[in-house]
Design a protein around this ligand. Structure first.
Ligand SMILES: NC(=O)c1ccc[n+]([C@@H]2O[C@H](COP(=O)([O-])OP(=O)(O)OC[C@H]3O[C@@H](n4cnc5c(N)ncnc54)[C@H](OP(=O)(O)O)[C@@H]3O)[C@@H](O)[C@H]2O)c1
Length: 332
């Protein structure tokens, strides 16, 4: 391989532009391991980076793509050898480091996880950062004593990547799941097929204004932030946990201390990019065994080629995509 194809984002004046280029490995950010990329996927953050709708990339030009799975081409780190199957999610790839939207990636060995037995590279990318994050939310909530008899789990943004896999994981962990969606009536069959017990229309929510409203939820997985997360804090039952994952609606949160000091509600931060390596490996082991999502085939909405990325990223930002989108690079 002398040169290969990559999608690279440049900064021009004060905006950004993504274009396909021919690169060599030495054009990429530094790393010990060169990986021939087989599959990647699209997360909300990737769509922000490619479209320039959010400041995700740290330094330009940069190859976006926070997830990749592939085969090691060469390695100067003794932990990896040519031919090894590996995956990488988060760890600043596709942000500060060049990422997965290219035929080759060069990465620090510390960002890689050996592909667990029980997962193909395609399955690993169907799960991707989205599924890893959903599994981290489940782990943190269980560690903080979330239990099915505390009541239903509200999952917001449920037709998205994180939300879809969260439905699958929480349902199989024994919880009742209510999907709070902006696509009620359109995506009901999809959400029920993943395990949602009830579909709640986000447009029809009565958000209320009091510091504490009627307690509805045993806990929640929130992908939206903003007024939806504020409402979840006001409507979660005593000792319930809310995993704060995303900001698809807003990065702001206006609430009071009342849910925390009068109901013992916990707001758990979920940060999938940088987490202790032992957690990362344990979560991937779980995702390849007992927590392997059962509905992955239904969650993968489509497979696209590198060339299709710019258009599909626009659709993701518009909130019209359901489920996960896989990016086939050299994948078989
Ligand atoms: N903390 C972390 O480590 C971490 C990791 C991964 C992702 N995230 C964040 O989590 C969120 C979800 O990520 P994802 O990859 O699942 O994204 P995604 O696939 O684009 O899904 C987001 C979902 O949110 C809803 N939505 C989209 N735009 C919205 C808007 N303007 N207002 C209200 N709802 C909207 C839609 O669901 P419905 O139509 O069903 O309502 C959409 O399917 C993003 O904010 C992402 O940045 C954080």
């Amino acid at each position: 391989m002398s040169t290969f194809k990559a999608l690279r984002v440049h900064q021009q004046d004060k905006s950004t532009v993504a274009r396909f280029e021919s690169l060599s490995v030495d054009d990429l950010s530094r790393g010990d391991v060169v990986v021939r990329v087989a599959w990647s996927g699209i997360n909300y953050k990737d769509a922000l980076a490619v479209t320039g709708k959010g400041r995700i990339l740290k330094g330009y030009p940069k190859v976006p793509g926070i997830d990749l799975a592939g085969i090691v081409e060469s390695s100067s780190d003794p932990r990896y050898h040519a031919g090894d199957r590996v995956l990488a999610t988060g760890c600043n790839i596709g942000e500060a480091l060049d990422g997965g939207y290219a035929e080759y990636a060069r990465l620090p060995a510390s960002t890689l996880v050996a592909l667990p037995e029980g997962l193909t590279m395609r399955e690993a990318m169907a799960i991707g950062t989205a599924g890893f994050t959903a599994a981290m939310a489940l782990r943190r909530m269980l560690e903080n004593h979330q239990a099915p008899d505390m009541g239903p789990i509200a999952i917001t943004g449920p037709t998205g990547g994180v939300g879809s896999i969260a439905i699958d994981l929480f349902k199989r962990a024994g919880f009742t799941v209510h999907a709070v969606t902006g696509k009620a009536g359109v995506a009901d069959d999809y959400l029920k097929s993943l395990g949602a017990d009830k579909i709640v229309s986000r447009q029809d929510l009565n958000l209320g204004t009091r510091p504490l409203e009627s307690a509805l939820w045993g806990g929640a997985v929130d992908n939206l932030g903003g007024e939806t997360l504020a409402w979840l804090t006001r409507t979660t039952r005593p000792w319930g946990n809310i995993a704060s994952i995303g900001l698809a609606q807003s990065h702001e949160l206006h609430t009071t201390v009342m849910p925390f000091i009068l109901r013992g509600v916990s707001l758990l931060g979920i940060h999938s990019v940088e987490c202790p390596r032992a957690w990362r490996e344990a979560i991937w082991r779980n995702l390849s065994t007992d927590l392997k999502p059962a509905a992955l085939d239904r969650i993968v909405a489509r497979e696209i080629a590198l060339d299709d990325l710019p258009a599909v990223c626009e659709e993701l930002i518009a909130g019209t995509v359901t489920g996960r989108t896989l990016v086939r690079i050299s994948g078989d």
